[in-house]
Write a protein that binds this ligand. Structure first.
Ligand SMILES: Cc1cn([C@H]2C[C@H](O)[C@@H](COP(=O)(O)OP(=O)(O)O[C@H]3O[C@H](C)C(=O)[C@H](O)[C@H]3O)O2)c(=O)[nH]c1=O
Length: 181
């Protein structure tokens, strides 16, 4: 497993070691011992999520507030996404800045997203399967989010040959400046 820092403190790109043979391939999706050795973080993931989306779906930008904030370890099983995280930690020197990366079933790349970030992704291929671990349980009442095209964030979402598809809930999300964090 290789870990690389991003421009956002505490957010890491993780590249698992892939083992290939005549049958196919194998990699460890998560190994707490190695992860702690490389990041110093001792995480207790309590929930595993998976979503399947068609091309053009944009989920996010979401986060859970307060004590229900979640750190996430995200990756794509099949297909590909443009994954985007926004630092919304009020005291962070990179508050309001974002990081974007392509995650795919081909590159097996993972992103570790610490608590205090909003997260979303744009689906680049049909039938993309997205899976992720969370270190805190889902809590509907603490759900919040930021509209994907918040002018102040100026996220450069990839141009696709299909329209973006968002839930009604996500289309009504506020801008970061209108949130009380
Ligand atoms: C997140 C979640 C949802 N649900 C239920 C609630 C809804 O009835 C249904 C779909 O939920 P939602 O539309 O919020 O799913 P996404 O738009 O994929 O939300 C996720 O997408 C972004 C990118 C994230 O990073 C978050 O983990 C999460 O907010 O699943 C659950 O039962 N448990 C859960 O943990």
């Amino acid at each position: 497993m290789q870990i690389k820092k991003t421009n956002l403190d505490g957010c890491y790109i993780i590249q698992p070691r892939l083992f290939k043979d005549e049958r196919g391939s194998f990699f460890e999706g998560f190994n707490s011992k190695i992860f702690e050795e490389l990041t110093g973080l001792n995480l207790d993931f309590v929930q595993d999520n998976q979503s399947t989306s068609s091309k053009g779906v944009l989920r996010g930008l979401h986060f859970q507030k307060g004590k229900y904030a979640q750190a996430k370890l995200v990756r794509v099983v099949r297909g590909s996404v443009q994954d985007v995280v926004v630092d919304i930690r009020p005291k962070s020197k990179t508050f309001g800045m974002y990081f974007s990366i392509i995650l795919s079933g081909e590159n097996n790349t993972q992103l570790f997203i610490p608590r205090g970030f909003a997260h979303g992704f744009l689906v680049l291929e049909e039938n993309t399967i997205f899976t992720y671990k969370c270190d805190n349980f889902y809590n509907k009442e603490s759900e919040s989010g930021i509209i994907y095209n918040d002018v102040n964030l100026n996220i450069e979402w990839k141009n696709l040959d299909v329209d973006y598809k968002l839930s009604q809930k996500d289309l009504q999300l506020p801008k970061l400046e209108d949130l009380v964090l």
